[in-house]
Design a binder for this molecule. Structure first.
Ligand SMILES: Cc1cc2nc3c(=O)[nH]c(=O)nc-3n(C[C@H](O)[C@H](O)[C@H](O)COP(=O)(O)OP(=O)(O)OC[C@H]3O[C@@H](n4cnc5c(N)ncnc54)[C@H](O)[C@@H]3O)c2cc1C
Ligand SMILES: [Zn+2]
Ligand SMILES: [Zn+2]
Ligand SMILES: [Zn+2]
Length: 815
C-alpha cells in the first residue's frame, strides 16, 4: 500500500545536493558553444571526454540531455556527468545552473520543489527535477513507413494531440546536421533509440516513469502520485499548498464521466472487493507474466494503471495500443520503452478479460491477440452465460469457435418472458453487487438500465396482518446471530465432520432459547420460518442438505460490492447482443465427447460429429451428474467425486398479470412484500412477491417463487393447480380486497427441464468449496469446464457463470 505516511523513496539516487567537483579546466571544450555537435574533441581531439562514473553505465561518451544554457557541455568535456539512464545524462554546467543559488535555474527548481512536495511521496531533488521537467520528450513519427523516434527540445511540453499528429518534420531535425534535408523522415534515428529497446537498458535507468496527465490520475487521487507511476506535478494531481490527500474511509472518489459502478482500483484502505486491483502492487499473475518487474514494479504499474483507467473511461470501443500511446506523456527515453511494453500489457489484460471485453466484437485485424494464441478450432457445449462469454472472448482472440446448444434458443437459465406485458425472468434477473461486475459493464456498453432494488419489504402474516417492523428486525437479527454463531463454531478446526446447516441452525436456536430462557411467540416462530425459506431459496434446497461448514464458502473471497439491481429489460437483452455474430448451432444436444485422440470428436443426439482441438463444456451440473454426456475416456475420478459432492439446487418462478395492483395500498409501493408460512410445511410456498412494475398505472405484474421442499412437492402439479394455490395465498394476505384472477401467468419447471434440471449449485453436507475448483479443472488440456458450478468465488450467479467462461477462454488460448 502506498500509504499516507511519507517515507523515503524506494530507489534513491546518489545525493545530488553535493558540491560538484572542480569546474572544468579552462581551455577545455564544453564551455561556450551550445548543442554539442562537432564539439567532442578539445584542441587536437585530446581531453575529449569524461565517461559516466555510474557503475554499470556503459556510456563512454555521454551527451547532455538537458542543454539548459549556453555553457552546457553538450557532448563535450564536463568535470562530472550526472547519470539518469545509459542514454541520458546531464553535464556539470547544467547541474550548476540549477544548483547554485545565484543562478537563474535555482528559483525554477525551488518553485518545482514546493509543488512536488505538496503531493509527492518522494523527496524532490535535482535529478527528479531534470526527469520531471527537462528531459526531452521522445515521439514517434506517425508517417506511414517511418515510425522513427525523435526527441523534442528539452523542456518543451506535449499533449495527446501533439502525439497523435507528430512527424519527423516537427521533431528535432538538428540530428540531420547543418544542411536541410529534403525529407525529414530520411534523417537517421538517434542510436540511443535502439539501445533503449535492449533488455539491459532498464537496469541503467534511475527513475521509473512519472506519467503526466495520465487518465489514471483521477482514479488514484488518494494515492501519492509518485507511488503509482504518476508525476507529482501534473495538472490532474496538483493540490494547493497545504492541501494533502483528502481521502479517508473506503468509498471511491467518483470520476467525472465514468459509471459509479466502475471502481477498478482499490483505495488505500480498501480490501475485499471483486475485480479490483491495487494500483501500487503487481498481482501474482502479473509477476508471473512480467517477472522482469518483480523488484521495480513502478514502470509496469504506471502502464497497467493507465490502460485500466482508459478502459474504464471508454469501454464502448476496443482499447488499442495507439490510443494508449496518445495518453502516454512522460519525458525521456523511457517513453520508447513504455510504448514497447504497452503491447504485451494490453495483450495480457485483454487475455485476462480485464479490458477489451464484454459486448465488443470484431477487433481490427480480426484478433486482439497475436496468431500464436490461436490453439485450433474450439467447440463450446452450451449457449448459456458461460458458453457465450467464452465464445465471445475466444472469437475476439481470433479463434475459430462453434457453439453447440441443445435447445432452440440461447441463454440457458437466462430466459425472459414478455407475455405479461413486461419483462419477467423465468431464470435470473438480479445483479447482486454491481461494482466492477461484468454485467454492469455490458449494461453500460449496451445502454441498458439497471434498477436499484430497495431494501424495504413489508411482511404479512398469512391472514393478512402486517407484521410490526421492529418484531421483524428482532427475528432477523436473531437469525443472523445464529449464522454468525455457526461461523464461530466452525472456526474450531477440530470439527472435521460436517453437519447439515438446517440441523446446526436448529441447535443454535435451541441453545439460545435455553441460555436466555426466552420463548418465541407463534409470530416470531413463523418469522423464523420465513428467514429459513429465504435462505433455502438462496441455496436452492432444504437446509437439511446444505453444508454448515462450507455453505457460504465464497464469502471468504472478495465479493462484488455495491448496489443490488434488477434488469428491467432482462438478462436476455445482454446475452442476445453477446451472441451476435457467433457461430451458434441450435438444437444440437451433445451426447458424447471423445478426447482419446489428438482431435476431439463431439457427437450430438442426431449423430452429427464436430471436430475440435479444444472443447469447453458449460452444461449445468445436474446434466453432468446424471452422465447425460458420455466422456471417453471417462472424466478423472476427482472430478466425478466433486460432481457428486456439489448439490444441484432447484427453485421455480411464477409470473402473474392482474387487472389492477390490489396489493399496492397495503404495501405502499414497495418493490416486494413477503409473508410468513402458516405452518412449517408451507415454508417455501410463494414466500416473497416481487412487484415487477411498482407504481405503474398500466401494468400490474407480480412474480413469486417456490423454494426448498415446495419445489419437489409441486413438481407434478399442473400450472393451474399451482396458480390456484398461489391465489389462495394472495387472498389470505389481502382479505380486505376483492382479489381478481390473473389475466395471464407462467410457471417454470426448471427441475424437469431436460437441459437444466436445476436452478443453481450449492455445497452439500460433506462437500467443500474446493469441489468448485475441481469442477473447473481441465482434462488433458483438451476438455475444459465452465459454468456457474465451476466458479468457487462467485457460484450460483450469471456473473459467476459469465466470468467462468472468460476464465476458460484465457486458459484455452494460454495452454
Ligand atoms: C429460477 C432461477 C432464478 C435465478 N436467479 C438468478 C439471479 O437473479 N441472478 C443471478 O445472477 N443468477 C440467477 N440464477 C442463476 C443463473 O441463471 C445461472 O447461474 C446461470 O444462468 C448459469 O449459467 P451457465 O452458463 O453456467 O448455465 P446455463 O445457463 O444453464 O447454460 C448451459 C447451457 O447448456 C445447454 N445444454 C445443456 N445440456 C446440453 C447438451 N447436452 N448439449 C448442448 N447443450 C446443452 C443448456 O440448454 C444451456 O443453454 C437463477 C437461476 C434460476 C433457475
Ligand atoms: Zn548540459
Ligand atoms: Zn551513465
Ligand atoms: Zn518520419
Amino acid at each position: 500500500m502506498s500509504g499516507r505516511v511519507k517515507r523515503k523513496p524506494e530507489k534513491l539516487v546518489e545525493d545530488d545536493e553535493v558540491a560538484s567537483p572542480s569546474p572544468a579546466p579552462s581551455g577545455t571544450p564544453g564551455g561556450g558553444a551550445k548543442g554539442g555537435k562537432g564539439k567532442g574533441g578539445g584542441p587536437g581531439g585530446k581531453r575529449a571526454h569524461r565517461s559516466c562514473e555510474k557503475s554499470r553505465c556503459p556510456e563512454k561518451t555521454p551527451l547532455c540531455s538537458i542543454n539548459a544554457h549556453d555553457r552546457c557541455a553538450g557532448s563535450g568535456y564536463t568535470s562530472r556527468w550526472y547519470h539518469l539512464s545509459s542514454g541520458e545524462h546531464y553535464c556539470n554546467e547544467c547541474f550548476d545552473y540549477f544548483y547554485r543559488s545565484h543562478r537563474v535555474g535555482f528559483e525554477q527548481v525551488a518553485r518545482w520543489k514546493r509543488e512536488w512536495s505538496c503531493t509527492g511521496k518522494t523527496e524532490p531533488n535535482l535529478r527528479t527535477f531534470m526527469v520531471d521537467q527537462l528531459l526531452p520528450y521522445w515521439l514517434q513519427c506517425t508517417k506511414p513507413d517511418c515510425g522513427k523516434w525523435r526527441s523534442l527540445p528539452s523542456g518543451q511540453e506535449i499533449n495527446t494531440e501533439a502525439i497523435r499528429q507528430f512527424t519527423c518534420a516537427v521533431g528535432r531535425t538538428a540530428d540531420a546536421g547543418e544542411g536541410e534535408t529534403a525529407n525529414p523522415c530520411d534523417v537517421e534515428e538517434d542510436i540511443r533509440v535502439q539501445k533503449t529497446l535492449q533488455p539491459e537498458w532498464l537496469e541503467t535507468l534511475l527513475f521509473p516513469p512519472l506519467l503526466k496527465n495520465s487518465p489514471a490520475a483521477p482514479f488514484l487521487a488518494s494515492y501519492f502520485p509518485d507511488g503509482v507511476g504518476l508525476s507529482a506535478t501534473c495538472e490532474l494531481v496538483k493540490k494547493k499548498p497545504g492541501e494533502r490527500h483528502s481521502y479517508s474511509g473506503t468509498s471511491n472518489i467518483p470520476v467525472t464521466g465514468v459509471s459509479p459502478y466502475f471502481q477498478p482500483f482499490y483505495q488505500p484502505d480498501e480490501q475485499g472487493k471483486a475485480m479490483c486491483v491495487r494500483p501500487d502492487m503487481m498481482e501474482h499473475d502479473e509477476i508471473q507474466e512480467f517477472p522482469e518487474f518483480t523488484k521495480e514494479q513502478q514502470m509496469y504499474l504506471a502502464l497497467r494503471n493507465l490502460v485500466i483507467a482508459l478502459w474504464s473511461t471508454s469501454c464502448k470501443e476496443f482499447l488499442t495500443v495507439e490510443k494508449c500511446i496518445h495518453h502516454l506523456i512522460v519525458r525521456g527515453l523511457i517513453r520508447i520503452r513504455c510504448v514497447q511494453l504497452l503491447v504485451p500489457v494490453i495483450h495480457f489484460l485483454s487475455r485476462k478479460g480485464l479490458i477489451n471485453t464484454g459486448l465488443l466484437r470484431d477487433p481490427v485485424g480480426g484478433s486482439l491477440l497475436p496468431p500464436e494464441f490461436n490453439q485450433g478450432p474450439v467447440v463450446i457445449i452450451g449457449a448459456g452465460p458461460a458458453g457465450l462469454a467464452a465464445a465471445r472472448q475466444l472469437t475476439n482472440f481470433g479463434c475459430q469457435v462453434t457453439v453447440l446448444e441443445a435447445r432452440d434458443r440461447i441463454g440457458g437459465r437466462v430466459w425472459d418472458d414478455d407475455s405479461l406485458g413486461v419483462c419477467v425472468a423465468k431464470g435470473a434477473q438480479t445483479v447482486n453487487g454491481c461494482i466492477n461486475n461484468p454485467i454492469s459493464l455490458m449494461c453500460e456498453q449496451a445502454g441498458l438500465k439497471m434498477k436499484l432494488i430497495q431494501d424495504r419489504c413489508h411482511l404479512l402474516e398469512g391472514d393478512g396482518q402486517l407484521i410490526d417492523a421492529s418484531l421483524d428486525r428482532r427475528v432477523d437479527f436473531h437469525f443472523n446471530a445464529m449464522l454468525d454463531a455457526i461461523a464461530e463454531w466452525r472456526k474450531d478446526k477440530t470439527h472435521t465432520s460436517d453437519v447439515a446447516l438446517g440441523r446446526k441452525l436448529f441447535e443454535m436456536h435451541r441453545i439460545f432459547m435455553e441460555e436466555t430462557s426466552l420463548t418465541f411467540t407463534p409470530t416470531e416462530n413463523r418469522l423464523l420460518q420465513f428467514h429459513i425459506s429465504n435462505l433455502e431459496y438462496a441455496c436452492g434446497c432444504n437446509l437439511s442438505k446444505v453444508s454448515s461448514l462450507h455453505w457460504d464458502q465464497n464469502e471468504t473471497f472478495a465479493q462484488f460490492a455495491g448496489d443490488h439491481t434488477l434488469l428491467p429489460d432482462g438478462y436476455s437483452a445482454i446475452f442476445s447482443q453477446l451472441a451476435e455474430g457467433l457461430d451458434i448451432r441450435l438444437g444440437q444436444a451433445v451426447v458424447s465427447v471423445d478426447y482419446s485422440s489428438k482431435t476431439t470428436v463431439v457427437t450430438t443426439s442426431d449423430g452429427k460429429e464436430y471436430k475440435a482441438a479444444k472443447v469447453l463444456v458449460t452444461v449445468p451440473l445436474a446434466i453432468l451428474q446424471q452422465g447425460l454426456i458420455d466422456f471417453h475416456p471417462p472424466l478423472p475420478v476427482n472430478k466425478q467425486k466433486a460432481l457428486q459432492t456439489l448439490g444441484a439446487g432447484t427453485s421455480e418462478k411464477i409470473g402473474m398479470r392482474f387487472p389492477r395492483s390490489f396489493w399496492a395500498k397495503k404495501t405502499a409501493g414497495a418493490d416486494y412484500f413477503g409473508h410468513t408460512p402458516s405452518v412449517e410445511d408451507r415454508r417455501g410456498y410463494f414466500s416473497v412477491f416481487y412487484d415487477m412494475t411498482p407504481n405503474s398505472k398500466e401494468s400490474h405484474v407480480l412474480m413469486t417463487v417456490l423454494s426448498g421442499d415446495a419445489v419437489e412437492k409441486t413438481k407434478d402439479l399442473t400450472d393451474e393447480q399451482i396458480i390456484a394455490d398461489c391465489m389462495e395465498c394472495l387472498r389470505g394476505l389481502f382479505p380486505e380486497e376483492d382479489v381478481p384472477e390473473p389475466t395471464s401467468y407462467f410457471v417454470t419447471h426448471w427441475s424437469k427441464d431436460p437441459y437444466a434440471q436445476m436452478a443453481y449449485s450449492y455445497v452439500k453436507t460433506s462437500g467443500h468449496g474446493e469441489d468448485y475448483d475441481t469442477m473447473a479443472m481441465d482434462v488433458s488440456r483438451t476438455v475444459f469446464f465452465a459454468g456457474e458450478a465451476t466458479n468457487r468465488h462467485f457460484p450460483q450467479s450469471v456473473t459467476g457463470a459469465y466470468l467462468s467462461g472468460v476464465r476458460e477462454a484465457t486458459k484455452i488460448v494460454s495452454c
